[in-house]
Design a protein around this ligand. Structure first.
Ligand SMILES: C[S@@+](CC[C@H](N)C(=O)[O-])C[C@H]1O[C@@H](n2cnc3c(N)ncnc32)[C@H](O)[C@@H]1O
Length: 214
């Protein structure tokens, strides 16, 4: 499929709505380093803490694990169908249907997960999302995040026969946006290097653990 720059519009939400059962069946557990990142995210949390799961999907693996560890979870996702599965799986979570670029971050939180989601949001929104989140987190509040792993224009790719929009700053720019928003970087690395083995549209994937500076 040709690169197709453009807005991550309602078609994207619809795509995740349409693949919700397949996504849920495929995303059954942790990938490489994911649990390690979650452990470090949670390390400073005090009893009763709330973790925001931005782009929570069907609530697995992150929200389900976080709730199991005793934290409160607020999951935010643009897809009603993904959220319906999350709500059924984890009725003790709070589930909010919203696009990250529109979300007001009006929920108190102590840490945030934004895993494999930001690269579905147009890059022009990323700085504002980081800034709104930073204002919500306490000093020392942590964020675990993935972004794309290379410089590339926006593109679409297929998953389960549907088209999905991808956009990302390269990792060095994402790191600088986080610093500008008031985070400091605790850990950062490639999860898979570009070009990946999947196909030429695999732009790589980069993980970041950051902390709200005092
Ligand atoms: C690849 S899945 C990742 C789900 C989960 N974080 C995980 O690691 O398994 C991407 C999720 O982001 C959601 N999403 C895509 N664009 C979004 C947007 N603009 N705002 C909020 N959620 C979005 C999708 O509905 C989907 O649930």
């Amino acid at each position: 499929m040709a690169d197709a720059p453009g807005a991550a519009d309602a078609a994207q939400d619809l795509s995740y709505d349409r693949i919700a059962p397949q996504w849920d069946a495929a995303r059954t557990g942790y990938g490489r380093l994911e649990r390690e990142y979650l452990d470090r995210l949670c390390a400073p949390l005090a009893s009763g803490a709330t973790v925001l799961d931005l782009g929570c999907g069907t609530g697995r693996p992150f929200a389900e694990d976080l709730l199991g560890r005793g934290w409160r979870v607020v999951g935010v996702d643009a897809s009603a169908a993904q959220l319906a599965i999350a709500r059924a799986r984890c009725p003790n979570g709070v589930w909010i249907e919203a696009r990250l670029e529109d979300y007001a971050f009006d929920t108190a939180c102590d840490a945030a997960v934004c895993w494999d989601t930001l690269f579905h949001v147009e890059r022009r929104h990323h700085q504002a999302i980081f800034s709104r989140l930073a204002r919500r987190l306490p000093a020392g509040g942590r964020l675990m995040l993935t972004c794309g792993g290379s410089a590339h224009p926006p593109f679409t790719d297929e998953m389960f026969g549907r088209a999905f929009f991808y956009d990302s700053h390269p990792p060095d720019v994402t790191l600088s946006l986080l610093l500008r928003a008031g985070f400091r970087i605790l850990r950062a690395e490639f999860l898979n290097l570009p070009p990946g083995t999947r196909d030429l549209r695999d732009k790589g994937r980069f993980a970041i653990l950051a902390e709200r500076a005092a």
